[in-house]
Design a protein around this ligand. Structure first.
Ligand SMILES: C[C@H](O)[C@H](O)[C@@H](O)C(=O)CO
Ligand SMILES: [Mn+2]
Length: 417
């Protein structure tokens, strides 16, 4: 059976339950995923005076072919994007500035250092998102930045964040789609703090100063990302979930939830509906924590499907800005992007193909038997046939055939670096 024939047969099965498969595919095309550039070079960046990766995050593995120049990174991203159905976004960090070998301090970065990225994004019809980089730097060596007791250090990072928001605003203006500027800081303590409040007061004051500088919301949206612990901040993180949830609600910012930043049995999927009741938008970093915030490549597991469902059945595809955040250097990095991003899209498609209205109705009626029966039976509906058709229709390889493209690219490009 051809991909189209399998699709037609699958479509009939879904249609029996009132699922409009064509409409689902249309909708799916309109959901952008923000693909993080840092999977391609193990969060190295291109600064003229680079520092070792710090901030309590870690990339393990030594797979050959890592991108070491902006051109290589863009070429690798192009390769991955050619294997991923749909039009997406690329998420940059400040350390990906291009300064022609000149040392430009982080508090001095300008839009001109990202002109090549913008030209490239225009060429490929991509949106861009942005992150100030408050780690891998001498002024973050003790693990404190915006909450640092030393005012001059705080001021340095405040300026860096303001400059970053201006760069994102430039992205938004140039590309016609607002950029999300996400602030994540590593600040915290290894051991039990004697004062949890004072660093949080300082963080709040620093954020207030950053956001006192206005940007146009047509071009830049602001997000803040919390964390539960990191390497070296096991006992206390200044920017906890409660801190940023409170801050974002009070100050009309987006709360960004990273799926690796919560306690092991705490799920982000269960938070989305509550948060959307009190906030127009929220943002995600979809990752896969294995025992800790290990940032493994995203797989199509139950939690990913549940996240897709919460976005789709709550009609929140325009309200939840989906970004990815994983970095695995033990496998081919182009494959890592491809696997993780395709899985995120699969989770959304899976959700779009469920009879969500019917399932909601069963719950309202208290018919939990039928609710469970249908939810379980739909797990073996021919979702794969619809996914294959979507890939074919969008002009990207069907099923695992994309692996051949990656292997050829590895031989011809990556292994020659
Ligand atoms: C590189 C990212 O900004 C970083 O991973 C951050 O988003 C994070 O999740 C830290 O744990
Ligand atoms: Mn993250």
């Amino acid at each position: 059976m051809s991909v189209k024939e399998s699709f037609e047969a699958a479509k009939k099965q879904y249609e029996q339950w009132g699922v409009d498969v064509e409409a689902a595919l249309q909708k799916l095309q309109q959901i952008p995923i923000s693909i993080h550039c840092w999977q391609g070079d193990d969060i190295g960046g291109f600064e003229a005076n680079p520092s070792e990766l710090s901030g309590g995050i870690d990339v393990t593995g030594n797979y050959p072919g890592k991108a070491t120049t902006p051109e290589q990174l863009r070429s690798d991203l192009e390769m991955a994007l050619s294997l991923i159905p749909g039009k997406h976004r690329v998420n940059l960090h400040a350390i990906y500035a291009e300064t022609n070998g000149e040392v430009v301090e982080r508090d001095e970065i300008e839009p001109k250092h990202f002109e090549n990225w913008v030209a490239w994004a225009k060429q490929h019809g991509l949106g861009l998102d942005f992150n100030p980089t408050l780690f891998s730097h001498a002024k973050a060596e003790d693990g404190l930045t915006l909450s640092h007791p030393d005012e001059s250090i705080r001021e340095f990072w405040i300026k860096h964040c303001i400059k970053s928001r201006k760069i994102a605003e430039y992205f938004g203006k140039e590309l016609g789609t607002p950029a999300l500027t996400n602030i994540w800081i590593p600040d915290g303590y290894k051991d039990i703090p004697s004062d949890r409040l004072t660093p949080r007061i300082r963080l709040k004051e620093s954020l207030d100063k950053i956001y006192a500088v206005e940007t146009d919301e047509h071009y830049n949206l602001d997000a803040v990302e919390s964390k539960v612990f990191g390497i070296g901040s096991e006992s206390y993180v200044v920017g906890s979930h409660e801190f940023y949830l409170g801050y974002s609600l009070k100050n009309n910012k987006l709360c960004l939830m990273d799926t690796g930043h919560y306690h092991p049995t705490e799920t982000v999927s269960n938070k989305i509906s509550s948060m959307l009741l009190f906030s127009d938008k929220l943002a995600l970093h979809v990752s896969r924590p294995v025992r800790w915030d290990s940032d493994h490549v995203v797989i199509l597991d139950d939690e990913l499907k549940e996240i897709g469902l919460e976005i789709v059945r709550n009609d929140a595809t325009d309200k939840v800005l989906i970004g990815l955040d994983f970095f695995d250097a033990s496998i081919n990095r182009v494959a890592a992007w491809t696997i993780g991003t395709r899985n995120m899209i699969k989770a959304l498609l899976h959700a779009l193909l469920l009879p969500n209205a019917k399932l909601k109705q069963l719950q309202e009626e208290g018919n939990f038997t039928e609710r469970l029966a249908l939810m379980e039976e739909f797990k073996t509906y021919p979702f794969g046939a619809v996914w294959d058709f979507y890939c074919e229709q969008m002009g990207v390889p069907v099923r695992e055939t994309w692996l051949e493209n990656v292997k050829t690219y590895e031989q011809e490009v990556l292994l020659k670096r």
